[in-house]
Design a protein around this ligand. Structure first.
Ligand code: ASP
Ligand code: MG
Length: 408
């Protein structure tokens, strides 16, 4: 008899009918002999609704109170789900974070998990009761309610699987059928990936693929929790996110993504001398602004004894742009600061890149063949990203997807 964690996202518990189908699915898993721990998100739209209520009062609600507010969404869905299971003849009990002692730090709205009391869950299971745990929420050392950041129920589910013991799998039920080689709305021939490694999934998640919260993948990798991303509307198997040695498809490129959430900033003719980049990026970091791609061009106009000048380009979240511009204006007064919103970052990800030469060259050629100019490039061991004009985003994704043979 296996213990499994089944996590249901907002759309899966979005209506009373859907809650009934979730109860049905849990009952089936139980009939098949599994011991199921359920984790649920708030009903779809609820977290946003609660957040906007708070923001109607003030643009910057207090973090502690915001968490107390949004955590109620999950309280509703777990109670409804436990009622639905009971009505279906399956003994079930809802649990909030403090009841399973899901302890976090006090970083309101983005708290980190410190530990979970698996005993509470195990004794419910031993009594034959299905525990239904509220996702997204935690409790800090002083008993305050915290939340784990948007999409945090994924992380709750993985953390519970890890706490329940080695090999406990975590099924993430969502409104897509799994992880695809590219966004099926952009590439009609995108394929569902059967297995993918934690490393690849982490890259894809950080590049804007919204299937799993990044922290849930980090946690799954750390504790070797097998994660099965699948649809709550079908029985079809989805995508397994597993360790590198188990991710059979050691393809060169596993997937193509695009991300329109960043903007590009260029500071022209910055003096090319020690400490300039440090000063700028320290100030951005102090303002908690994360920078993604950074390019510094070769120094121009240098002569003996006199530093040259250089253009410094970087990308960051569009939401941080205004703040970053004011910092750049303060630190680089008198210099020209250019901003470009019309950019998209297209990326290819795959473990096989580590051992194959020429992947970057192939990517650049495929873009060139479409007449697409590359404005910035960044790489990791298993990822190559190119920043291009936003209007070419979909074309680039399609040509990379086909060019690397990912389609059907
Ligand atoms: N309800 C939370 C959110 O909307 C957590 C989650 O759904 O995972 O972000
Ligand atoms: Mg989610």
């Amino acid at each position: 008899m296996a213990v499994i964690v089944q996590k249901f996202g907002g759309t899966s518990v979005g209506t009373i009918d859907r809650i009934k189908s979730v109860a049905e699915r849990v009952a089936r898993a139980r009939d098949a002999g599994d011991q199921v721990v359920v984790v649920a998100s708030a009903m779809s739209g609820e977290t946003n609704r609660l957040l906007s209520l708070g923001r109607e009062l003030t643009m910057r609600p207090d973090g502690r109170e915001l968490d107390a507010l949004v955590a109620t969404g999950e309280q509703v869905s777990v109670a409804l789900l436990a009622i639905a299971l009971g009505a279906r003849g399956v003994p079930a009990r809802s649990f909030l974070a403090h009841q399973v002692r899901l302890r976090t730090d006090s970083g309101f709205t983005k708290a980190r998990i410190k530990g979970i009391d698996a005993d509470v869950l195990l004794s419910a299971l031993n009594e034959g009761v299905v525990p239904v745990v509220a996702g997204f929420q935690g409790v800090d050392d002083r008993g305050n309610t915290t939340t784990l950041g948007r999409g945090g129920s994924d992380t709750t589910a993985v953390a519970i699987a890890a706490a329940l013991g080695h090999g406990v799998a975590c099924e993430i039920y969502t409104d897509v059928e799994g992880v695809y080689t590219a966004d099926p709305n952009v590439c009609k021939n995108a394929r569902k990936v059967g297995r993918i490694s934690y490393e690849e999934m982490l890259e894809l998640a950080s590049l804007g693929a919204k299937v799993l919260q990044i922290r849930s993948v980090e946690l799954a990798m750390k504790y070797a929790v097998p994660v099965h991303v699948r649809s709550s509307f079908t029985e079809a198997p989805g995508t397994w996110v597993v360790g590198e040695d188990e991710s059979l498809e050691s393809v060169v490129v596993a997937g193509v993504t695009s991300d329109r959430s960043e903007a590009k900033v260029t500071i022209r003719m910055m003096p090319d001398e020690p400490g300039r980049a440090a000063g700028l990026f320290e100030a951005l970091a102090d303002a908690r602004i994360s920078v993604d791609m950074i390019i510094q061009n070769p120094s121009a106009h240098a002569s003996p004894g006199r530093p040259g000048v250089t253009d410094m380009t970087f990308t960051l979240a569009k939401g941080d742009l205004e703040h970053a511009q004011s910092i750049a204006a303060r630190l680089c007064s008198g210099l020209q600061v250019d901003v470009d919103h019309d950019v998209v970052k297209v990326s290819i990800v795959g473990l096989g890149m580590r051992s194959h030469a020429g992947v970057a060259a192939r990517m650049f050629r495929l873009l060139a063949d479409e007449g697409i100019n590359i404005q910035a490039i960044s790489t990791s061991e298993i990822k190559i990203s190119c920043l291009i004009h936003a209007k070419y985003g979909e074309l680039a994704v399609r040509s990379l997807h086909d060019g690397f043979g990912l389609g059907d």
